[in-house]
Design a protein around this ligand. Sequence first.
Ligand code: KG4
Ligand code: ZN
Length: 323
Amino acid sequence: MNILGIETSCDETAASVVTDGVKVRSNVIATSLKDHQRFGGIIPEIASRRQIEFIHWVVAESLDKAQMTLNGIDAIAVTRAPGLLGSLLVGLSFARGLSHSTGKPLIEIDHIKAHLYANYLQLSKEFSACPLSRLPAIGLVVSGGHSSLYYVKDFKNFKLLGVTRDDAAGEAFDKVARILELGYPGGPVIDRLSGQGINDDIKFPRSPMKGSYDFSFSGTKTAVLYYTQKNKNKLDYSPAKVAYSFQESVVAVLVEKSLLACRKFKVNTLLIGGGVAANSALRRELQKQAPSQGVDVFFPPMVLCLDNAAMIAGLAYHWYNKF
Ligand code: KG4
Ligand code: ZN
């Protein structure tokens, strides 16, 4: 079964063809990121205008790359929520129009759950994805807009255990990068810079939110702001050290809560998804700590950590049977 996926929830315009829920035949992503960079964040109006320009080309290219035409497509999948309204509307309207005109079924998918599903996608022969049989699982989605922890019973049953009470993890990375004047998006640059700032002297508060699976990152971010304001004119001030200590604080909480959920729910599969899943410290820490607790941790390949349509088409396969 071939599903054409379409994703336009934020600044990416993406389309993909996925076979039988796992085999990625094409994964085309156009981004308007450069148009937003000088503003230090995504401007919704710019994002959706660019998506109107990109959408036709991206869908045609994804069919081309999969060496298919619409005739070979069994169903169309699209991101329904969450996301920027104008951006979602571009993908939804296009997908609904395509479904109506071709008579092919339309499956509308939740973007956050799809981020976790990215772990099950087979991008190439060399990459070993999480086997579909590894359920139930605990899933951590950490992106620019979300930090959520789920109990994944199966691909239609996701129980939300906790969310962020303020900033999303990626949002905190982006805001700290702005404080340190490192540009946008902040995650990749803080990740790189941290390698040069390993230290034991700067400690930022961690907000463990005891007794809950919820997260809170704004206290850590504000501590970075105050530290920077106080110290930036001192001779030994190092943005790399600040970046490292901030990253350590965020990663420690993400690792602790994810593994706690695995223990509590007696689950030995941990799925990570979303843009922050690309973070090298998060990967390193989880790979270090999870095995000793009998947990196997999975990360999607880098290109499937960020917003993409393969995860939408893949998850849709498991919802298709309902029709
Ligand atoms: O999932 P995504 O592409 O878009 C949203 O749905 O938000 O995630 C983008 C977010 C940004 O906040 C970006 O700073 C963060 O993911 N990010 C990272 C890294 N790469 C991207 N955060 C930490 N470390 C990284 N290596
Ligand atoms: Zn996302």
